[in-house]
Ligand binder design. Sequence first.
Ligand code: HEC
Length: 124
Amino acid sequence: MASGLLAPGLLAFALSACVDKADLPRPVAQGDAAEGLAIIREVGCAACHKIPGVAWPEGRSGGGLAGFGAKPLIAGRLPNQSDVLVQWLIDAPSLDPGTAMPPMPLTRDQARDVAAYLYTLDED
Ligand code: HEC
């Protein structure tokens, strides 16, 4: 679907994302980080990720999310920008069909809240 339109632009973006300060993540305007943490607990992101603020479980398959807010790229290959992250959280395979991160049952508003929380995780 949208991936056909998005992918070339994202690829160019990812390739040019060699840490220009202007591309660093910034807080998600409409997101509520506290609500995001509650949603993260509810939908079970921690089954696959170790996430600061979530005591249990500490899943390993998706890697830890500590420090994610300070990373220039999502999964090492997509620009870490709020709109891309929101799409990643809802339907990661739409951005990268090969990814092992499954689509998650989030509305766009919920994904914005989750993204806002992830952007508070800027320390390892
Ligand atoms: C079934 C396991 C699974 C679940 C559930 C899951 N993820 Fe993931 N996630 C992964 C995997 C695997 C990757 C690595 C993807 C890749 O590299 O292609 C990933 C990657 C990510 C990344 C990129 C991390 C980085 O260091 O760049 C973020 C952010 C993320 N997930 C957030 C979430 C959030 C938030 C939730 C809950 C809404 C969630 N994930 C649910 C498996 C999962």
